[in-house]
Design a protein around this ligand. Structure first.
Ligand SMILES: Cc1cc2nc3c(=O)[nH]c(=O)nc-3n(C[C@H](O)[C@H](O)[C@H](O)COP(=O)(O)O)c2cc1C
Length: 195
């Protein structure tokens, strides 16, 4: 009886842990706007409809930011091939960490912490924020820059609005993400549909 009970509780625990990692739809990696048009169309637009970003679009945003594209490596170059960027997603349903190998989002917290980013009025409506995290003072900002530029180009192609943002309390957000030294929040990117 004891054995059955411990087996059942182990099963329950593994189910609840598994429930916290959500598989994303397979990103469509073909098509979109021709590159030169996307470069010309990329821009900051500080206006968002509050409509949520659908899972397919979210998967493609994350793939352009930090997806696996070649030889087990990512969509952006990294110094000394360290492959050491982390991309978090902040939505109304909490904090999620992108796992590019599994194409999934792992839940970090159910808390909606987007208010930390509300240092500018327009941001309050953005349904989605990416948070770029790194642990290398010199190179992580460059990695984040490559990733947000890829996302900016995807947004231009898809008709999404986006703003890269550095104006907020980085330490407060890092605390909510449970970052450990020397990891730190580099920059965020607010994304949403236009009106
Ligand atoms: C690292 C970085 C941080 C930024 N932080 C903010 C910010 O906190 N708030 C904001 O409204 N725009 C922010 N921006 C957006 C810039 O203001 C914007 O890119 C610039 O005005 C040029 O406009 P464009 O992106 O349309 O070319 C940031 C951009 C970068 C690259």
């Amino acid at each position: 009886m004891l054995k059955i009970l411990s087996f059942l509780s182990a099963l329950l625990i593994s189910f609840s842990v598994a429930a916290q990692e959500n598989k994303l739809p397979t990103p469509r990696t073909e098509g979109g706007m021709p590159l030169m048009q996307a470069v010309a169309a990329r821009k900051t637009t500080r206006k968002f409809a509050s409509r949520a970003i659908d899972p397919q679009t979210l998967s493609e945003i994350l793939w352009t930011a930090w997806g696996i594209t070649h030889d087990g490596k990512h969509s952006i170059p990294t110094s000394q091939n360290k492959q050491n960027l982390k991309v978090y997603v902040l939505q109304a349903d909490g904090i999620w960490l992108y796992n590019p190998e599994k194409n999934s989002l792992k839940n970090i917290s159910r808390k909606d912490v987007r208010s930390i980013l509300n240092t500018q009025e327009f941001v309050k409506k953005a349904p989605l924020h990416l948070v770029f995290v790194g642990s290398d003072k010199k190179n992580s900002p460059m990695h984040a820059g490559s990733a947000y530029q890829n996302v900016g180009l995807y947004c231009a192609s898809k008709g999404l609005n986006n703003v890269v943002r550095g104006y907020f309390d980085h330490a407060a957000l890092g605390k909510e993400l449970n970052l450990q030294e020397p990891e730190e929040v580099i920059v965020t990117q607010a994304i949403g549909w236009s009106k």
